[in-house]
Design a protein around this ligand. Structure first.
Ligand SMILES: NC(=S)c1ccno1
Length: 242
């Protein structure tokens, strides 16, 4: 997969050189490129914004500059344009799974009051998939942090990035559709708190059942909406599997 991220603060994306995503790039599992939007400007001040039509506070990012950038970055084939915005559809694990199947993602990091609406409109009309996505109901100063979040969520799903793909199944919001059960490691007693006996029993069926019950318990308490979204067959599968 190729991922392009365009920003006026490319250094914001330096975190993607680190840890699992950084290792995946070095290993060739992910072709991730970060670009400075100002490289597509043509004036001496490298201007990327202007005042909003209709008035109002702040500045709007110009469509012509974004158009030059996205045209160049999508020239090699069908790319999915992702625009992080608080007015977008909610980004979830299911969204990450869908984006992880794409050949190329282009993240357009808006700043100021956002990107001229015609950019998304133009690329939809040109046949590109365009997703305006929000990582939550709050406002950031730009799309860079949201892009970091979404790129990490997508990249970790790519083959070879996570050491043990099995761990993707039982983690929160994974295939099981639940929040993850509580996890423990050595020492067996810490701060007068003991690890649950069943986890020390070596009885794998009981451990699976205990984990399933804790996952259901936690999900029911914290995210009853996820329980409601599970169809009966999934819940039944939980009973059969644990
Ligand atoms: N909530 C999101 S994705 C966002 C982007 C910019 N500001 O907020």
């Amino acid at each position: 997969m190729r991922i392009d991220i365009v920003s006026i603060f490319p250094e914001y994306l330096a975190a993607l050189d680190l840890s699992l995503v950084g290792k995946a790039r070095v290993a060739g599992l992910l072709d991730l490129r970060v670009h400075d939007l100002r490289d597509w400007t043509t004036d001496r001040h490298r201007t990327v914004d202007d005042t909003p039509f209709g008035g109002g506070a702040g500045m709007v990012m110009r469509p012509d500059v974004w158009g030059q950038a996205i045209d160049e970055l999508t020239a090699t084939g069908p790319a999915h344009l992702v625009v992080p915005t608080p007015s977008g559809a909610t980004f979830t694990q299911r969204t990450a799974e869908a984006l992880a199947t794409e050949d190329q993602l282009v993240f357009a990091c808006g700043r100021y009051e956002g990107i001229d609406a015609r950019v998304a409109e133009h690329y939809r009309a040109a046949g590109h998939r365009v997703s305006e996505l929000s990582i939550g109901d709050y406002v950031l100063n730009g799309g860079e942090v949201a892009s970091l979040v979404m790129v990490e969520a997508v990249a970790r799903l790519l083959p070879g990035v996570i050491g043990n793909p099995e761990s993707l199944v039982e983690e929160s919001h994974g295939a099981a559709g639940l929040l993850e059960y509580p996890v423990y490691t050595k020492p067996p007693v810490w701060s007068d708190l003991e690890v649950p006996d069943v986890l020390l029993s070596g009885h794998h069926a009981k451990i699976r059942r205990w984990r399933r019950d804790r996952a259901l318990e936690k999900t029911s308490a914290r995210r009853p909406d996820l329980i409601a979204a599970l169809d009966a067959s999934t819940l039944d599968k939980h009973d059969r599997a644990f």
